[in-house]
Write a protein that binds this ligand. Structure first.
Ligand SMILES: C[S@@+](CC[C@H](N)C(=O)[O-])C[C@H]1O[C@@H](n2cnc3c(N)ncnc32)[C@H](O)[C@@H]1O
Length: 252
């Protein structure tokens, strides 16, 4: 019996640790603030059992979205399943940030951020934290809150590293929700595992690791997303599609 039993919200510590392991690549100079000894053990085990490339893959993913958001300059960034991502502090201070995740994640994050700011480790930013479980009934209440915060402002919705843990039904519900929330000309950034990766050895090891070490989600079969899901979305045009290999080439 394993003594790990990683909870879903703990994956947020793992991804921030990945980003802190190569700051030059991720450009996330604040990820290290979330470091803790339990996560270090999980990360070591993960890199050993799954794939050591995960550090670069996560760093590149963060950097890609950071640079896209910097370039697009939305007035509001709404991060779904935000975990311990640090975009608010890496982007200019005029952006309004809305961070949505499970209640235990956002309340912990909010408290720690206040603490870090009090110690002068983080600058002040305009951030709203909202606790939501995407597998529950959230649509009307969340839409009302977000509409109030966003008003007519331009927005970038981000969902990265989350869909793996959700069912297809909850994913479709979220994408429908995004289209109700956003206007023409707004942007949506989504990062997920491609369906075709299922054939690779590394992905097989990832599934073994998750099945063995992680507390199961409702979805439990660890979602991959076929390219056509994005290409054929009736409400959004696919304008930029990157993967680890294409992003690696960009930074060489
Ligand atoms: C791998 S982490 C990624 C965090 C962050 N987006 C990043 O890239 O660092 C996955 C995040 O999804 C959140 N999450 C997973 N299932 C969720 C659900 N049903 N409702 C809300 N958040 C969820 C977890 O709490 C966690 O913070």
């Amino acid at each position: 019996m394993s003594n790990l039993n990683i909870q879903i919200h703990e994956t947020a510590f793992v991804t921030s640790t990945f980003r802190s392991l190569n700051e030059d690549l991720s450009k996330d100079v604040y990820a290290k603030l979330w470091d803790n000894s339990r996560t270090d053990v999980l990360v070591e085990k993960y890199l050993d059992q799954v794939c050591s490339e995960e550090v670069s893959a996560h760093c590149l993913r963060n950097r890609f979205f950071l640079e896209e958001i910097e370039w697009l300059q939305p007035e509001v960034l709404i991060n779904f399943g935000s975990g311990f991502s640090m975009y608010p502090f890496l982007l200019s201070d005029d952006i309004i940030h809305i961070e949505i995740d499970k209640e235990e994640v956002v309340s912990y994050k909010e408290e720690k951020i206040k603490e870090f700011q009090g110690e002068g480790k983080l600058p002040e930013r305009n951030i709203h934290f909202i606790g939501v479980d995407f597998s529950q009934d959230y649509v009307d209440a969340l839409l009302e809150k977000l509409t109030l915060l966003k008003g007519n402002k331009s927005s970038f919705v981000l969902i990265e590293g989350v869909l793996f843990f959700l069912s297809r039904k909850d994913t479709e519900k979220l994408f429908e929700f995004f289209s109700r929330l956003q206007e023409k000309g707004d942007y949506l950034g989504s990062a997920s595992f491609q369906n075709k990766l299922k054939a690779s050895k590394a992905f097989g090891r990832l599934l073994d690791f998750c099945n063995k070490e992680m507390v199961k989600t409702e979805a439990s079969d660890w979602q991959t997303v076929e390219d056509i899901f994005y290409k054929e979305n009736a409400n959004y045009d696919l304008i930029n599609h990157q993967d680890y290999f294409s992003l690696s080439k960009k930074t060489q």
